[in-house]
Unconditional design. Sequence first.
Length: 122
Amino acid sequence: MKQMMMAVLAAMAAAVLSGCMSAPGGIAPSTVPITSNDSYTIIKRDAEGSDVGMTLLGIPIGPSASAYDALMDAKKRNNADALINVTAENRYKYFMILVCIEEMVVTGDAIRFQAGGEELEQ
């Protein structure tokens, strides 16, 4: 009975000490400058890319999650030149306070981009 009670307490402690959270990472209209002379075609709405980093007791294990790498992942997955209507979000998953997995997620509309030349100043 005592062992069962200890197992239940350990499971409850693990549940209390584990969790997740998310935080906004930013918003951008486009990942490339677009002028009125340029054109683009949306090839996929809500295209998503991500990058992951991890810490053990607050010490990074390998590189941190990168917005740039998440953006490159979204472009590669969708064979896109750029993203428009871009949002970024940090997601954190904690396990027993010992391990934290950070995921940077970038979402936007994947586009094929055609530059039309420089915009004339008026």
